[in-house]
Design a protein around this ligand. Structure first.
Ligand code: IPM
Ligand code: MG
Length: 356
């Protein structure tokens, strides 16, 4: 099996180095895995003039899983929009058709006191977003910025979904709910958007046809934002479009205490590799300072073990090692509480020690 690492920008290389060390530990214990690395995002712009070279894309396609660190940063703020660092990521998601983005969020018992919530509000919260990842306003055409005849300019994007796009991601959400607590909350703005009306109709029809045994409710995106804060324990699987999922998953991160705790998996259908990413960004303000939290990257590796390598056993071991590390009080600076303030590398060492 092949794992392609795309460390990317900012804190990406630091956190993927920890994930790599965890993978190498598993390899030394018998996991048959080849690790490759390629430049990505701003790092690839600097080296090759493009955020994702065709060679790196071919490497990704040939891998079983791709683990990305983070992309972007102020250094590339001035590059033309078509070659922004993020474009490499969007190309990977789109061309590999990784339409189902799983973003699990839980309140770790060890971090109950590290969130901005009252412990009783978040205790036991355990939910997962299934975010549509290859459609919607991220890719809809037409889009652009154009001058207006009378002066000024007009910027526009297109929010668009086909029924096929909605049905395949909704199916992924229902299937996931079957393996969990059997509840899907579908999020839209059907009160305002036509694409939201279609979203709700298609999800409702699929539910009636194939998943009537799963509980389904619908929520407007704004109400969902509030409900996530008020009663996060109410949720099991949250099905969203691309943009709502981006926004709501960052907001939900505080249930875990930090964006630095949230992994993700982007999955397609058939032989396409899975793409695994911490949901945090490149955090340029702390890059290179050994301050980033590597947990999200390590937990993303665990998701790769589970979803791409068929090794749920190893995934559970890695997750348990992260949990034990937190329970022992180790915290990077993004996490409140704890008894041992450590940097990225020391957090990695602590995780490895508990991995055995
Ligand atoms: C995410 C990120 C990306 C997104 C950016 C980096 C393009 O915010 O994965 O949540 O908006 O999807
Ligand atoms: Mg985001």
């Amino acid at each position: 099996m092949k794992l392609l690492l795309l460390p990317g920008d900012g804190i990406g290389p630091e956190v993927t180095a920890v994930a790599r060390a965890v993978a190498e530990r598993l390899i030394s214990q018998g996991l048959a895995l080849d690790i490759e690395e390629a430049a990505f995002g701003g790092a690839s712009i600097d080296a090759h003039g493009t955020p994702l070279t065709d060679a790196a894309f071919a490497q990704a396609r040939a891998a079983d899983a791709v683990l990305m660190g983070a992309v972007g940063g102020p250094k590339w703020a001035g590059v033309p929009r078509t070659v922004r660092p993020e474009r490499g990521l969007l190309r990977l998601r789109r061309e590999l058709e990784l339409f189902a983005n799983l973003r699990p969020v839980r309140c770790w018992p060890a971090l109950e006191d590290a969130t901005p919530y009252k412990p009783q509000t978040v205790r036991g919260a355990d939910l997962v977003f299934v975010r549509e990842l290859t459609g919607g306003v991220y890719f809809g055409e037409p889009r652009g910025i154009e001058p207006l005849p009378g002066g000024g300019r007009r910027g526009f994007d297109t929010q668009v979904y086909t029924s096929a796009e909605i049905v395949r991601v909704a199916r992924a959400a229902f299937r996931l709910a079957e393996t969990r607590r059997g509840k899907v909350t579908s999020v839209d703005k059907a009160n305002v958007m036509e694409s939201g009306v279609l979203w709700r109709e298609e999800v409702t029809a699929l539910h009636a046809a194939e998943f009537a045994h799963v509980a389904l409710d619908h929520m407007y995106a704004d109400a969902c934002a509030m409900a996530l804060t008020r009663r996060p324990t109410d949720f099991d699987v949250i099905l969203t479009d691309n943009l709502f999922g981006d926004v709501l998953s960052d907001a939900a991160a505080m249930i875990a205490g930090s964006l630095g705790m949230l992994p993700s998996a982007a999955l397609g259908i058939g032989p396409t590799p899975g793409l695994y990413e911490p949901i945090h960004g490149s955090a340029p303000e702390i890059a290179g300072q050994d301050a980033a939290n590597p947990c999200a990257a390590v937990l993303s590796l665990a998701m790769a073990l589970r979803h791409s390598f068929g090794r749920a056993d190893l995934a559970a071991r890695v997750e348990a090692a992260v949990e034990a590390t937190l329970t022992h009080g180790f915290r990077t600076s993004d996490l409140a509480g704890g008894s041992r303030r450590v940097g990225t590398a020391a957090m990695g060492t602590a995780i490895l020690e508990r991995l055995g």
